[in-house]
Design a binder for this molecule. Structure first.
Ligand SMILES: Cc1cc2nc3c(=O)[nH]c(=O)nc-3n(C[C@H](O)[C@H](O)[C@H](O)COP(=O)(O)OP(=O)(O)OC[C@H]3O[C@@H](n4cnc5c(N)ncnc54)[C@H](O)[C@@H]3O)c2cc1C
Length: 373
């Protein structure tokens, strides 16, 4: 019988796990090294999707994640952190068009909502787009995708947990763990907590927490650069993946811009992260080519987030077979997955069996590779 659970980290995963646990009656302590939603969950594109995710089990988990967002937002008055406006995507090269066709064919086979739009149909959805920036047809549209405001989502989930008796210890990090059938957790402040279970929701720092429990969690985290504009009087109502820039609204008239290439502009030297200004300007310029109304937009802020990516790219979720008091809730795409996956992990901590869903995402898949190396 699990009574007290320590959740390590208060990003989207920690908040979702804490809400799931507290809603089922568990006594929960969330320990956060800094501020809630102060990690990757505050520097993310947070596009909710399962667009091209493989294998099928990961696709299905992501679709369930999208559905969980829709349900949660519908249930909560003022749950307007969730924006299901769809996603537009097109390509500029023959290879790119081929890849997009294959992606659309695969997701349609999976029963995922996708269709092709003409330029005129796209302009009916996004009237401020420059028509000359669009192909005449073959713009892929994924109507059930969208984006979330992760900080507000974390706020809601934590408030849910706290209203059901959970406790939040912030600005205090977990520095030591002693795990067997139960757990002892030591914090920077010197506080010592005892618990029946611990859930590792430390995002990009999950490897460190796993190591405290004697586990080797291989991760290949990457940095991502996000560019936030000043408020602009331009209508952008959905996620847009154009060949030279990805963007979405970010509230208050601001837009969030990203490209895969701009990520390389972030460098870390002596613990300081810097971003090359020329690369940032190039992304804004690509945004202006797409939406001429962005002419007067300026860059209001640039954030660098660290993607928590387990070594094989797939989530690590649920119990550890040899360490029943230790659980994982770690993944990339956490903005999409966390509400659903966090709830599954919480349920499992409290004894519900979710082997079918969580089976492909267990920590143990790393063990043969680790012991062979
Ligand atoms: C550039 C970028 C773009 C992205 N785009 C998308 C996207 O479009 N769609 C999508 O679904 N996902 C996207 N992601 C991924 C998604 O944002 C992450 O998967 C998600 O935010 C991870 O949440 P988390 O709660 O696991 O981690 P975090 O938000 O980092 O939370 C972990 C928390 O643990 C705390 N912590 C760490 N160590 C300790 C310790 N020792 N003791 C106590 N607390 C500790 C940290 O302070 C932190 O607050 C993107 C990420 C990036 C960086």
């Amino acid at each position: 019988m699990v009574g007290h659970v320590v959740v390590i980290g208060a990003g989207v995963y920690g908040a979702a796990v804490a809400a799931g646990l507290a809603s089922r009656g568990a006594l929960v302590t969330v320990v956060e090294a800094g501020a809630p939603a102060g990690g990757t969950s505050s520097a993310t594109f947070s596009w909710t999707n399962s667009c091209g995710k493989q294998p099928r089990s990961y696709h299905d988990l992501s679709v369930a994640g999208m559905l969980a967002h829709r349900r949660l937002a519908a249930r909560v008055p003022h749950g307007d952190w969730y924006h299901e406006g769809g996603n537009l995507e097109w390509a500029a090269t023959a290879d790119g068009v081929d890849r997009l066709r294959r992606k659309v064919a695969t997701v349609l086979e999976y029963g995922y909502a996708a269709r092709w739009l003409t330029r005129a149909e796209v302009l009916a959805l996004e009237p401020d787009l420059d028509p000359t920036a669009l192909p005449a047809d073959e713009v892929a549209y994924f109507p059930r995708e969208g984006w979330v405001e992760p900080t507000r989502l974390v706020g809601h989930l934590l408030a849910t947990a706290l209203s059901r008796g959970a406790r939040l210890l912030r600005d205090d990090a977990v520095v030591d763990l002693d795990i067997d059938r139960t757990a002892a957790v030591r914090l920077t402040s010197g506080k010592r907590l005892t618990a029946d279970a611990v859930v590792n929701c430390a995002g990009p720092h999950a490897t460190r927490i796993a190591a405290l429990a004697g586990l080797d969690l291989p991760m290949r985290n990457t940095l991502g650069v996000l560019i936030y504009t000043s408020p602009v009087p331009v209508t952008v109502s959905r996620v847009v993946h154009a060949p030279d820039v990805h963007l979405r609204p970010d509230g208050g008239g601001r837009l969030l811009l990203h490209t895969s290439e701009v990520d390389a502009a972030a460098t870390v030297s002596r613990g300081r992260t810097q971003v090359d200004q020329g690369a940032v300007d190039a992304v804004l310029s690509a945004g202006r080519d797409l939406y001429p109304g962005l002419r007067d937009a300026t860059v209001e802020s640039v954030r660098v987030g660290e993607r928590p990516i387990p070594a094989d790219g797939l989530p690590v979720l649920g119990r550890v077979a040899d360490l029943p008091a230790f659980h994982f809730a770690v993944s990339h795409s956490g903005a999409t997955l966390s509400v659903h996956a966090g709830d599954l992990v919480a349920a499992e901590v409290l004894g519900e069996n979710h082997d079918d869903t969580l089976g492909p995402f267990r920590y143990e898949r790393f063990l043969p590779a680790l012991s062979a190396s």
